[in-house]
Structure formats: C-alpha cells, structure tokens
Design a protein around this ligand. Structure first.
Ligand code: NAD
Length: 296
C-alpha cells in the first residue's frame, strides 16, 4: 500500500546534513512529514536540523556513522522513542573517493566505501524493517544507489564505487520482494550528476578506516557535478516515487543510453556463450522458469 497521506508521518534520513539527503528532508518537510536527520558530520547536521524545523515540522538530529551496525540499531530505537511510528526510511548516506586505479587503491578505501555505501543501507534496513512491520500502517524504504549501480564504463576509475552501488540495487530488489507482503514499498535512487559535497566525502572518513583526508576532484567530475541537478530536484523525484510506489528512481533520463550500452555488453556475453557451446561441444542445459522458483 503506497503512502498517500504524508502529513504527520515520520521519515528517517541518513546523510541528511548535506546534498540529496537534505534535499529529501526539505521536500518531505514541505509535505508535512516530521524528519529524523542522521549524519556523521555534527555541525552541518545541526544546521540542517534547524533549517528543517523552520519549515514547521518536528525535526531532530542524530549523530550516526551508518557503517557501524550497533550504532544504527541504537539510533533506530532512539528515533522510535522520540517520534513513535516511523513510516519512511531513506538509506542515503554515501561516499565517493576519486580513487586511483583499482589495484593501487588502499584496502581501507574498500572497507570504508563498502562499509558506508553498501553495509549502511543493509544496517538501516535490518534495524527499521521490524519497526515498520510492527505498526502495520505501511511504509516506504528508499536506498540511494547511483547510475553507477546499473552501468559501469571503462576508464573512470570508479569500480569500487560502482561495486558498492550495484550491490545496493540488487539488495533493494530483494528488500522489495521481502517487504511487499507487509505493505512496505522499496525504491532505489539512481541519479547521475547532482551538485552536492560528495567530492569532499574524505573529510568524514571514520578513524577506523584511516581517518579524514582531502583529495582533489578531477575537473571532469567537478564539471559533471556542477552541471548536475540540484539536491532539491532529486528530493522531488523521491517524494513522487514514494507516492507512486516506483522501484527505480532515475533522475537523469539522458542516461538511458548509458544503461543500454551496458546491457549490449551483457548481451554480447550471451552471443559468445551461444557461439562457444558449438565450438566446445557443450550440451544445452535447460533452466527452470524463474517464476516457478519462488520460495514464498
Ligand atoms: N552527487 C552525485 O552526483 C551522486 C550521484 C549518484 C549517487 N550519489 C549518492 O547520493 C548519496 C548522497 O550523497 P550526496 O551526493 O548528497 O553527497 P554529500 O556529501 O553532499 O552528502 C552525503 C552525506 O552523507 C554523510 N556521510 C558520509 N559518511 C557517513 C557515514 N559513515 N555515516 C553517516 N553519514 C555519512 C556526509 O556527512 C554528508 O552529509 C550518496 O549515497 C552518493 O553515493 C551521489
């Protein structure tokens, strides 16, 4: 059941101090939704909380590192204590690193990026799903992936980032499958360039992943972000997707071609498999109809 009446509902948003999370918070608040803002960056979190409160809803800030499972569970309980029922959960916090080529990327960058971008949404889902199910009024979960979660192109050195985001798309699909019978919708947000602070993500890297660092953004990436959508525009897409219970939220229709190019690569792989079956003398192996493989 899609949420139709937003007024007085509560949304929990991670990465809410900046960028798209803040854009979602603004849009949701304008629709009358109370907001629990979570972020690892305390000064901007407080500033964002004040801004959202001025929009006339209840807003509270929670200092949180989404890669820390115990903290996420603790904060989920605190949000429920403070607000009562939570209906919308946006697992949005994420980091990019502008890493060097994959083989030269330090191990702690892998741990940090998978910890925040992939495990963050998993922790958020596991912590909040029982709470959404318990009140039985329906709800919605939005996970922020990226257009890099549905395609990857050579020469961009964004393999780790794409890896973290491909995982978010797959997991979101599994979440949708698990939650549909409870009246809880799931969406996955897949934007291209948005004008945010993502290129400064190193400043909030936790100590256990090597601590804060600064890295120059490439001029191409800087331009891509600057020319991108505003976080508020993305927030509008997200609110609409919750209303319509859409799974994929693509914010840049221009990127359709990119995804088609990726799918053409996948199909080329199948063409090769067809050709090799004859060359290698391998039998046909009929596969079951996926729709008959459901486990309930
Ligand atoms: N900006 C883009 O072009 C773009 C495109 C596609 C996807 N995304 C994704 O959008 C999401 C939001 O990023 P953004 O672009 O708004 O960037 P942003 O840096 O402006 O906002 C991200 C927020 O997440 C917070 N954060 C970082 N690590 C955290 C942690 N461990 N725990 C809690 N909070 C943490 C930051 O402090 C920041 O406030 C991310 O998942 C990002 O990967 C961004």
């Amino acid at each position: 059941m899609a949420i139709t009446n937003f007024r007085g509902k509560t949304a929990f948003i991670t990465g809410a101090a900046s960028g798209m999370g803040r854009g979602m918070a603004r849009n949701f608040a304008q629709a009358g939704i109370n907001i629990a803002l979570a972020d690892i960056d305390l000064p901007t979190l407080e500033e964002a909380r004040d801004e959202i409160e001025r929009l006339g809803v209840t807003a509270r800030g929670y200092l949180l590192d989404v890669s820390d499972r115990a903290q996420v569970y603790e904060i989920a309980d605190a949000v429920e204590r403070d607000f009562g029922k939570v209906h919308i959960v946006c697992n949005n916090a994420g980091v990019g690193s502008g890493a060097p080529s994959l083989d030269e990327t330090p191990d702690e960058i892998f741990d940090w990026m998978f910890g925040v971008n992939t495990m963050g949404p998993i922790h958020g889902f596991k912590a909040f799903a029982p709470k959404l199910k318990k009140h039985g009024e329906g709800g919605h979960i939005v996970n922020t992936a990226s257009i890099a979660g549905v395609r990857i192109a050579p020469g961009m050195n964004n393999g780790i980032y794409a890896g973290t985001k491909f995982a978010v798309v797959a997991l979101s699909f599994a979440m949708q499958d698990a939650m549909a019978k409870h009246g809880i919708g799931v969406s996955v947000l897949c934007p291209a360039g948005v004008d945010t602070n993502i290129y400064r993500a190193g400043r909030v890297r936790p100590e256990r992943f090597g601590g804060p660092f600064e890295r120059e953004i490439s001029p191409v990436m800087a331009q891509l972000l600057k020319q991108g959508l505003s976080p508020d525009q993305v927030g509008r897409y997200v609110l609409q997707a919750i209303k319509d219970n859409d799974f994929f939220i693509f914010t840049h229709p221009e990127t359709r071609e990119w995804v088609m190019e990726w799918h053409a690569r996948v199909m080329h792989g199948f063409d090769r498999a067809d050709a090799l079956r004859a060359v290698l003398g391998i039998n046909a192996a009929p596969q079951p109809d996926p729709s008959k493989m459901r486990r309930g």
